[in-house]
Design a protein around this ligand. Structure first.
Ligand code: 6GU
Length: 255
């Protein structure tokens, strides 16, 4: 997978060279390019922002540097069906913004199937809206948020999204079975993961639950399922299926 990140703080993306994502780059599973947006400016001050039309606080990122950056990273007229071209499908542009669609494991799974991701890190109040509109003529564009809070820019969000996607690529995680059991994994009915224990059996007066020593795999699986459901009900009831209201009114049964 090719991943290009565009930012006015490319150093912010340095942690991508560490750990699992760093290994994936070393192993050639990921081809990462981190680019300074200012390389696509032409004035002496390398200006990337300007005041908002219509007034308001703060600054807006100018469209021209973004337009040129995207032209270079996803050339206009590149034929998605050309097997000699760098990628087999249209690139996906991810614009990091607190006004975006909330990022989820489902979106991570979907992005893991792409050949080419371009991640645009906005700063200031955001990027001129025409950049997304123009890019949509030749790539799949998604505006993405990582949660309901405001960051100073999209760089930290880009780190989050890239880590969530790259760990899903074949060959990145040693034991792919661990992916299936995690919190939010598709095969877990969207439940949070059950509590985990390792040695020692007793620690600071706290004992590992007996069931885990029973050797009874079906019972252990049942216990873990109950734990996952109880935890999810307590912490994240929004993840559980809606329980419809009991019928009420004249014909309703009261049992
Ligand atoms: Cl993607 N960007 C910024 N600036 N703030 C955020 C965010 C993104 N997601 C949540 N807050």
């Amino acid at each position: 997978m090719k991943i290009d990140v565009v930012s006015i703080f490319p150093e912010y993306l340095q942690p991508l060279n560490l750990s699992l994502v760093g290994k994936a780059i070393e192993n050639g599973i990921v081809d990462l390019g981190v680019h300074d947006l200012r390389q696509w400016t032409h004035d002496r001050h390398r200006t990337v922002d300007d005041t908002p039309y219509g007034g308001g606080a703060g600054m807006v990122m100018k469209p021209e540097p973004w337009g040129e950056a995207l032209d270079d990273l996803a050339p206009v007229g590149a034929d998605p069906d050309d097997s000699t071209a760098a990628s087999g499908s249209r690139p996906r542009l991810l614009i990091m913004t607190p006004a975006g669609r909330p990022f989820t494991q489902r979106i991570a799974d979907e992005l893991a199937d792409a050949d080419h991701l371009i991640v645009a890190c906005g700063r200031y109040e955001g990027i001129d809206a025409r950049v997304a509109e123009d890019a949509a003529t030749r790539m799949q564009v998604d505006e993405i948020s990582i949660g309901d809070y405001v960051l100073n820019g999209g760089e930290a969000a880009a780190l989050v999204i890239i880590e969530a996607v790259v760990r899903l690529l074949p060959g990145v995680i040693g034991n792919p079975e661990s992916l299936a059991e995690e919190s939010h994994a598709a095969g877990q009915d969207g439940l949070l993961e059950y509590p985990l224990y390792t040695k020692p059996q007793s620690w600071r007066g706290l004992d590992v639950p007996d069931i885990l020593f029973s050797g009874h795999h079906a019972k252990i699986a049942g216990w873990r399922r109950e734990q996952a459901e109880a935890l999810t009900r307590r912490r994240r009831p929004d993840l559980l299926p809606e329980i419809s209201d009991p019928p009420s009114g004249p014909g309703a049964l009261h049992i």
